[in-house]
Design a protein around this ligand. Structure first.
Ligand SMILES: C[S@@+](CC[C@H](N)C(=O)[O-])C[C@H]1O[C@@H](n2cnc3c(N)ncnc32)[C@H](O)[C@@H]1O
Length: 235
């Protein structure tokens, strides 16, 4: 039998998508609608959703009349381009909005993802992101928690904003969403029978439970946060 931890570690987001319905980011559909409005997505907007997952945001954008294309390394719906976050297979200046919800933290190279976003956007095009932030040094988290949150790399809100500006964007608007992150935590943990899972994991169960407790504490104190950012491409 495949070890449950191996399943979670090999592709944590795919494993989670089988546990919960709907968008895999804090705030769900309402957060996406707000972000699309802030980025001015409406009829005729050419939108690229990077790390689009099951395609929920693309559907919402299309409901507004936008022409939406999704990119993911693991397409779960048709009409999604299979590609990596560091190399978008599109011409320069062919989108008005690049959307990335809960995905920047998963990029193997954050600055390259931002550079690619700038490259495919028209001048004046908007980048609309939401992502996990970390302030200060977190306690070491066991896998797959560390993989899920991608806790290494630039995770301070100010670092993320600095990288966005560095590749040619001007930041329009930054909002933080502590309640959405707490609600997401409850949504992900609710369907899990934690005690059974820990029992199935044997020795590593205790380590995982301690890591989960540290994670909860960091979310409660705001050390781990969630931010949304809209920026305009000014090459
Ligand atoms: C947290 S989910 C978010 C999905 C969607 N944006 C949402 O909010 O529901 C992250 C998505 O990014 C994709 N992903 C992770 N790393 C990637 C990479 N290096 N290149 C392309 N897609 C990637 C995963 O397959 C997954 O669908």
């Amino acid at each position: 039998m495949v070890h449950p931890l191996a399943v979670l570690s090999s592709d944590p987001w795919r494993a989670l998508s089988q546990l919960v319905d709907g968008p895999l980011h804090p705030g769900g559909v309402d957060a996406t609608e707000t972000l699309l409005s802030r980025a001015g997505v409406d009829g005729g907007t050419r939108l690229l959703d990077i790390g689009c997952g099951a395609g929920d945001a693309m559907a919402l954008a299309r409901d507004r009349g936008a022409r939406a294309i999704g990119l993911d390394r693991d397409p779960r719906v048709s009409a999604v381009v299979r590609a990596d976050l560091t190399a978008f297979p599109f011409e320069e200046r062919c989108f008005d909005v690049v959307l990335g919800e809960c995905v920047l933290c998963l990029s193997p190279d954050l600055e390259e993802t931002l550079r690619e976003s700038a490259r495919v956007l028209e001048p004046g095009g908007r980048l609309a992101l939401s992502d996990v932030t970390v302030s200060g040094q977190l306690p070491e988290m066991p896998p797959p928690i560390d993989d899920l949150l991608c806790l290494d790399g630039p995770r301070e809100q100010t670092d993320i904003c600095r990288h966005i500006e560095h590749v040619g964007f001007e930041i329009d608007d930054v909002r933080t969403h502590p309640e959405a992150l707490l609600a997401m935590r409850d949504r992900l943990l609710e369907p899990l029978d934690t005690e059974r899972l820990i029992a199935a994991l044997g020795d590593r169960g205790t380590q995982l439970r301690d890591g989960a407790n540290d994670l909860e504490a960091a979310i409660e104190t705001g050390q781990i946060g969630y931010v949304s950012i809209v920026a305009t491409h000014r090459p």
